[in-house]
Structures are given as C-alpha cells and as structure tokens.
Design a protein around this ligand. Structure first.
Ligand code: HEC
Length: 153
C-alpha cells in the first residue's frame, strides 16, 4: 500500500508538470480558444436545461414517480438564471443567430421572462406540489419560441 501511494504521488506531480508545459504551449493561442470557450459555456448551460426538461417530461408523462418534480424545475430555474450572462459577450457562432446581439433588448427580456416564469413554477411545485404547478411549468417551458427567433435551425 505504501509503495502504491508513493507511486501515485509521483504520477500526480508528473501530471502537474505536464499540465504546466501544455499551458505554456496553449497560452499564445488563448484569444482563439476564448471564443470557443464562450460558445461551449453557453451550450453547456442550454444542455443542462435540456436534460432537466427531459426529466420533467418523463414525470409529466407518468413514466416516473413525481418525487423529484420540484428539484428538476429548480435545476432548470438555476440554469435559466445563469444563462443570460453566458450570452452577454458578443461571440458569433455556435447555433446562435446574429439576432441575439442585434436585438439584445428583446433577447434579454425573453430570457428574463423565461427565467422568472420557471423560477415561479419551481417555487409553486416546492410549496404546493406537482399538480398545483403543472400549468405554470407547461407555460414557462417556452423553449421553442426563443429558439424560433434566435437559434439556427
Ligand atoms: C431566450 C432564448 C432562449 C430560451 C428561453 C431557451 N433557449 Fe436554448 N438556445 C438559445 C440559443 C440562442 C441557442 C444557441 C446557442 C449557441 O449555440 O450559440 C440555444 C441552444 C440550445 C441547445 C443546443 C445546445 C448545444 O449544445 O448546441 C439546446 C439543447 C437548448 N437550447 C435547449 C433549451 C431548452 C430545453 C430550453 C427551455 C427549457 C431553452 N433552450 C430555452 C436560446 C434560448
């Protein structure tokens, strides 16, 4: 066991040195990597909402018990609240249409409305249960309306 621990520590420190070397090579091209990072980041948040919405769908279709209904809505709400800031920097590309930044005021309003709606639905689900929150959740999950105007087909 002792030998194993020593070995893995050596491996780990070797790994850190290797990472530092990689960083040194990667840094000069950081400007280009940044744009991809910004796009990846906003897509990660969207994918989070997508997975959680799919989980809600399973519960709404009675395939899965509703124990976690409020938690899934809260996860979507949290992602929705963080989403807007991931679009603030204008980085064209990904599946975003230029309209996101051309019509920023409208995009911002829609994202905030979406975020407020799903946050309210999550609160209702937590406090009063699934049945009380169903309509609010359906109404709030208006993902397609925004995609129609702001996401590439
Ligand atoms: C206010 C606008 C808006 C709302 C609301 C919105 N989206 Fe999006 N979504 C976008 C935009 C813009 C993109 C394109 C992002 C990019 O690739 O640059 C996108 C991309 C995505 C993607 C693709 C991510 C990838 O990996 O390429 C998924 C999946 C997604 N959205 C799911 C959802 C779900 C599910 C909801 C609702 C729960 C939702 N979105 C609500 C604007 C929105």
């Amino acid at each position: 066991m002792k030998r194993f621990a020593k070995l893995s520590f050596a491996k780990l420190t070797g790994g850190v040195a290797a990472m530092a070397m990689v960083a040194a090579f990667v840094l000069p091209t950081a400007a280009q990597a940044d744009d991809q990072d910004v796009i990846d980041y906003r897509q990660h948040i969207m994918k989070t909402m997508d997975e959680q919405t799919a989980a809600v769908g399973k519960i709404m279709s009675y395939a899965i018990p509703d124990d976690n209904f409020a938690s899934h809505l809260e996860a979507i709400a949290l992602a929705a609240q963080t989403s807007l800031s991931s679009f603030k920097e204008e980085v064209q590309g990904g599946e975003s249409l230029p309209a996101v930044w051309e019509n920023w005021a409208d995009f911002e309003e829609r994202m905030n409305k979406f975020s407020d709606g799903i946050t309210a639905a999550a609160k209702l689900a937590r406090e009063e249960g699934k049945d009380a929150a169903l309509n609010a959740a359906f109404a709030a999950l208006s993902c397609k309306q925004c995609h129609d105007d702001y996401r590439k087909k």
